[in-house]
Design a protein. Structure first.
Length: 181
């Protein structure tokens, strides 16, 4: 592991179980609840936002083209590029190699790089960026928070998140390049 991964991972993972338990959240505390929300559920808000953009798109042709490109970018990044990279580079997850980490989310072992969640949602966000710059930046920011939550929850390294961003943005760019021809 490089020092960048270890430093950022330990810093974000140290937030887990740090705050006192709260009766409202079920004992884990509000920071733990927020990290779980970021890691597991925040991506769904990107899909809801993308759906709203689709619904309110003014031009019907642009609407369906955007949907097709978003679908293909998400599919390409998650089920092709990410899986090919993982086939050749099966990186262990933090909970597999480090002791005394705080793992909030259960996950299967192996296949840590790149983050499939971040790759998928950054591809969608980047594709939205090509049509609506401000909303694309908002969704890319949400994806960044989701990635930070996955680091804090103990299931990804920081470079997994950066790799997921790179793969997702590349997929969106590739689909946009192909579809514009």
């Amino acid at each position: 592991m490089n020092s960048f991964d270890l430093t950022i991972f330990h810093w974000l993972n140290s937030l887990v179980f740090w705050n006192p338990p709260s009766a409202q959240v079920g004992g884990g505390g509000w920071i733990d609840t927020w990290i779980i929300f970021e890691a597991e559920f925040l991506g769904w808000w990107i899909l809801v936002g993308a759906s709203l953009i689709f619904i309110f798109q003014r031009k019907n042709i642009t609407r369906w083209r955007m949907v097709a490109e978003v679908f293909f970018a998400g599919f390409l990044t998650r089920f092709v590029f990410t899986e090919v990279i993982r086939f050749f580079y099966n990186r262990p997850r933090p909970f597999e190699v480090l002791e005394n980490i705080n793992q909030l989310v259960t996950h299967s072992s192996g296949g840590s790089f790149p983050s499939g969640h971040v790759a998928f949602f950054s591809a969608i966000s980047a594709m939205i960026f090509f049509y609506h710059r401000i909303w694309g930046l908002v969704f890319l920011g949400i994806t960044l928070f989701m990635g930070m939550g996955r680091i804090g929850a103990g299931i990804h390294w920081p470079t997994d998140i950066l790799g997921g961003f790179a793969v997702g943005i590349f997929s969106a760019w590739l689909i946009k390049k192909i579809s514009s021809r």
